[in-house]
Design a protein around this ligand. Structure first.
Ligand code: AMP
Ligand code: GLY
Length: 416
């Protein structure tokens, strides 16, 4: 079986590594992939990005399954385009991908189907939103409606900050269209968790819970990043939390997907907030999380290609999804300066000297030499019999990796 895997991050390296373990898989083409996928078993990078190029490649190279890592091609409708040509692809339709692609669409969906979520209002006019902000209590959360590469959410402590945010989103148009419409939302205080899951449109099968570490510095300080590390399971996801999640979020979401007749075979990722008032849904994503994937897949015992095929043939209810006991941890190493400006092109050593696994993200491979070429460069992922053991192993590995300006948090798995 030949697979086409779309994306270039650490998540995609982890997906490639896991899918390569299936004996039916002969080749995984990673488009465009990275320095890690270039050397992964059964993998080959192909420098393609555009949907029409990917479609042509899939037809010409007997691709039997296409797996999409990031949200942008899903929101742009890659699944509809591939299906029109009779190609097998794992992911939601363009319409269903609106659950991630438009915050107002997803909040309206949550409200319509009684999914427990924060109160909100939607605005398409800057003056009206500023008038509304004068009536709010603070903090308040302002969200750009469209995709904004993880930068479209601002928690405003005061009115003045909220007004500034609205001006930059709606008047200065910093997100080039994505912030012309905004969602203004009640602020929730609590602990976040990521629940990745797989759906075939009739069942949603949740994965083991996980926890991202979004801020750049220890103790959850400093600006948000794409994610500086993850653990699985999430220690705050107790049995009670998971029961509330199942009753008030998962079941209501599945009902909504069915009522709206969404064509959704793919990943659905619930970003939840565990508060004193209960478990709330912050957002849906329609793809795996990064870096959550690099921890969660270390715990997945079942075969991922078999799981995806079960979803595609609408047989998820029959699938016995198995997990390893224990815990996983991944620690992300970033370039100095990230999430602001950073230099690239530094040689990386130690990737192949680790005891567990390194997943590459912003890594290129030039004449056999690994070099940095992104903000989040790579992560060390490990599984242990306890959280402490998983953390210890991941840190022992990240300490073996060297490049100029390497930076990583020291408290992954320990911070709240
Ligand atoms: P979202 O893309 O909607 O998940 O928002 C990105 C991040 O902003 C979340 O992971 C939270 O850390 C934070 N956030 C979003 N909505 C809220 C909210 N209503 N209350 C508090 N924090 C929020
Ligand atoms: N780690 C959060 C995300 O992938 O959106």
């Amino acid at each position: 079986m030949n697979i086409l895997l779309i994306g270039s991050g650490g998540r995609e390296h982890a997906l490639a590594w896991k899918m390569a373990q299936n004996s039916k898989v002969e080749k995984i083409y990673c488009a465009p992939g990275n320095g890690g996928t270039a050397k992964e078993d059964k993998c080959e990078n192909v420098n393609l990005n555009k949907i029409d190029e990917l479609l042509k490649f899939a037809k010409e190279n007997k691709i039997e399954l296409t797996v999409v890592g990031p949200e942008v091609p899903l929101v742009d409708g890659i699944v509809d385009e591939f299906k029109k040509e009779g190609l097998k692809i794992f992911g939601p339709s363009k319409y269903a991908a609106g659950l991630e692609g438009s915050k107002s669409f997803s909040k309206d969906f949550m409200k319509k189907y009684n999914v427990k979520t924060a109160e909100y209002a939607v605005f398409e006019n800057a003056e009206a939103s500023i008038d509304y902000l004068k009536t709010c209590s603070y903090p308040i959360v302002i969200k750009a409606d469209g995709l904004a590469a993880g930068k479209g959410v601002v928690i405003c402590e005061k009115y003045e900050e909220a007004e500034e945010t609205i001006k930059s989103f709606m008047v200065d148009d910093v997100f080039k269209g994505s912030g012309k419409k905004v969602v203004i939302e009640e602020f929730l205080r609590g602990v976040e968790a990521s629940i990745l899951s797989i759906t075939d449109g009739t069942t949603i099968l949740p994965f083991v819970s996980s926890k991202d570490h979004k801020q750049i510095f220890d103790d959850n300080k400093g600006p948000n990043t794409g994610g500086m590390g993850a653990i699985a399971p999430n220690p705050y996801c107790t049995k009670e939390v998971l029961e509330s999640f199942n009753e008030e979020i998962l079941k209501a979401t599945l009902h909504g997907i069915q009522e709206e007749k969404m064509d959704f075979t793919g990943i659905i990722f619930f970003g939840i907030m565990i508060t004193e008032k209960g478990v709330y849904l912050l957002e849906y994503n329609v793809r795996m999380g990064d870096p959550e994937t690099q921890a969660v897949l270390c715990l997945m015992e079942s075969d991922l290609v078999d799981l995806i095929e079960a979803a595609l043939s609408k047989k998820l209810t029959e699938f016995d999804l198995k997990w390893h006991d224990g815990n996983a941890c991944c620690v992300v190493a970033a370039s100095k300066g990230y999430p602001g400006k950073y230099p690239t092109g530094f040689e990386i050593t130690g990737i192949e000297d680790v005891d567990n696994k390194v997943f590459c993200a912003g890594v290129s491979l030039e004449n056999g030499v690994y070099k940095t070429n992104g903000g989040r460069v790579l992560c060390a992922s490990a599984r242990g019999n306890s959280l402490e053991e998983a953390i210890e192993k991941a840190y022992a590995d990240i300490n073996k990796v060297k490049f100029d300006g390497i930076y990583y948090r020291k408290d992954i798995g320990k911070a709240r």
